[in-house]
Design a protein around this ligand. Sequence first.
Ligand code: GLN
Length: 486
Amino acid sequence: MSLHTRSLAELAAGLRAKEFSAVELTRHFLARIEQANAGLNAFVTVTAERALADAARADAARAAGRAGPLSGVPLAHKDIFCTDGIKTSCGSRMLDNFVAPYDATVVERLAAAGTVLLGKTNMDEFAMGSSNETSYYGPVRNPWDPATVPGGSSGGSAAAVAARLVPVATGTDTGGSIRQPAALVGISGIKPTYGRVSRYGMIAFASSLDQGGVLAPSAEDCALLLGAMAGFDPRDSTSVDVPVPDYAAGLATSLKGVKLGVLKEFFSAGLDAATGARVEAAIAQLRALGADVVEVSCPNLPLSVPTYYVVAPAECSSNLSRFDGVRFGHRCQGPKDLLDLYKRSRGEGFGAEVKRRIMTGTYVLSAGYYDAYYLKAQKVRSLINADFRRAFAEVDLLVGPTSPTPAFAIGAKVDDPITMYLNDIYTIGANLAGLPAMSVPCGFVGNLPVGLQLIGPHFGEARVLAAAHAYQCETDFHRRLPAGFA
Ligand code: GLN
């Protein structure tokens, strides 16, 4: 079996058995990046030298009997995570020249676990987007069909894992940016509970929604990586001090008697029929595995898109005020005074979508409009939370589609923000309520992958991962590779 077709668990086992070294494994993936990245545009930065040094260190640790379970495993970080001494662009011209002076907690923890950093992945600018077309570094291509998008905003991580240029990657999910790209490229992706993974060193977009997580071929791989990332961090005041269960050990939990709620609102008119059919087939399979399937309604969920597109821009307008050309970010040439410096630095540094969000955000927060928009959105957010609370009083997990359609053509929606925002209709609810949610591949429409979404109660990651794993023990969609990347 070639190295890149193995799962993370299989690679870790191979390293443990000394079937191959971390340096050999790293060279294999670096060669794949070298060969395919130009076509996919999945990486902003490839850290080949650093990767080989990390790998040599992991091999030395193994020789000395000090290797941990993830020692020598290669990975990539979304370019939103600060990496000490490595450019951290957040997909923006604003940070094109920014070399982070420290590691994000996620980066630090995974490095301490002995992983090998292959590089930083492309993303929508400041994680704002659903197609990876807002990046300053150009669109990422979907390995299943290069004329289509890989989804966003973690599109670079998703495409890199789908094409097996890297075994696993990190991502962030504010409104679906792990799950939606995972669905569109046929891999697994988990957004944990808000507060489960530290956001220290993760560049902020909308702080009440942002959460880091994993993109990987399988639920088992997600469990292994999430276990190493999660946990309390005193440097993030939103990080929660709840013990991290052994996610990998919990995977064996059967689906027998697990109550699955099919979210009625997720099977509405906007759902592409063929996509819906694949998701329904997957739900039937979960039932065959012993789950008890019932229909559940969260009546306020259809309001999640307008709610999110008030709350997220409001928070982003505040978070992004720090990029002023003085303290952080791009600085214009020859400013004539302070106001000119601000205006031109921000005007040149930010792209169109980020500017649209900042303007929307400042508008909904402004005196006279605050009550009508921002406060109203916060109230609807509470109603959506209450819907989920009621649902989880009845069922263990909620299921539905991840995205209303498979991957769409590059360019098809860039000029129509409302249509683009509607891609997030099934993913945003979990962010507004802070719930853990995951997408797993569940079939194809033509040549393009479809994702099944599983949503759990707060800190229910283990339950979500176990259900996804049970499904993947019976299916092989997560093992299929796009033509040309086998
Ligand atoms: N597509 C959503 C947006 O554009 C979600 C992005 C995200 O989760 N980072 O805001």
